[in-house]
Design a protein around this ligand. Structure first.
Ligand SMILES: *Cc1c(COP(=O)(O)O)cnc(C)c1O
Length: 229
């Protein structure tokens, strides 16, 4: 029977193989374990297996989990990867370490204002709608540079990079195309002087394609915790 530990070992092996093919050091890719819909015990198991970074989609579910795992708070980084509404920014600014899903300046401004002064800056990525789907959230690629410059100037947050959730695609070549587009956008921002170091891309189905295109953080849920209900 599959265990969380066994699944994590398989995901680590996939990351290592992809880094090998890409001729990148394995430490250049961080594994973000996406624990949405799974309970605190599943997070404890992954933590016991050596994982430190956990991603959540739903703010209230995450706050409950963070509270249930208060004893591990100093040993875990909590990342919000799901949509964030204005009325939830205060709790997120107070409780999380990272937000990957910033899709407008106003949200970043609120997070910056509401970040408690005794905590380090909240680490942010801008979410980009890289496949151009009408239904998905995220900034249009053409909007990203202006928003990035404005977010980078905010005091309570630190802009680290870009995040995307490309449309599912069949083969490796098709999977690589949107990841390559996000990397090219990332490189153009760096060429404008923004000090970015994080490309949050790649999930259970396409982490190899993402790593080949330069991902520094893969967000993996079902391959670790199993299928979601
Ligand atoms: C659920 C989710 C993931 C993980 O997806 P899997 O296919 O289960 O690995 C990654 N990123 C985001 C934004 C998600 O919502």
């Amino acid at each position: 029977m599959a265990t969380i530990l066994g699944n994590i070992q398989q995901v680590r092996a996939r990351i290592a193989r992809a880094c090998d093919v890409a001729q990148r050091p394995v430490q250049s890719v961080t594994l973000l374990c996406v624990s949405k819909t799974f309970g605190p015990d599943a997070v404890r198991e992954a933590h016991a297996a050596g994982e430190r970074c956990f991603g959540e989609n739903y703010v209230q579910e995450a706050l409950d989990k963070i509270a249930a795992l208060a004893d591990l708070r100093g040993a875990i980084e909590w990342h919000l990867i799901g949509p964030l509404q204005s009325n939830k920014t205060r709790a997120v600014a107070e409780q999380f370490d990272w937000v990957h899903s910033v899709d407008r300046l106003k949200i970043a401004q609120r997070l910056s204002e509401q970040r408690p002064a005794n905590l380090p800056p909240l680490q942010l990525c801008l979410q980009v709608n890289i496949s151009g789907e009408a239904s998905k959230s995220g900034l249009a690629p053409a909007e990203v540079a202006d928003v990035a410059q404005a977010v980078a100037a905010l005091p309570g947050v630190r802009l680290r990079g870009l995040m995307a959730i490309p449309e599912p695609a069949g083969d490796l070549a098709a999977q690589r195309a949107p990841h390559r587009a996000l990397r090219e956008l990332f490189e153009s921002l760096r060429a404008q002087g923004l000090e970015l170091d994080t490309l949050s891309m790649g999930m259970s189905a396409d982490l190899e394609a993402a790593i080949l295109e330069g991902s520094t953080m893969v967000r993996v849920g079902s391959a670790i915790f199993g299928a979601r209900a």
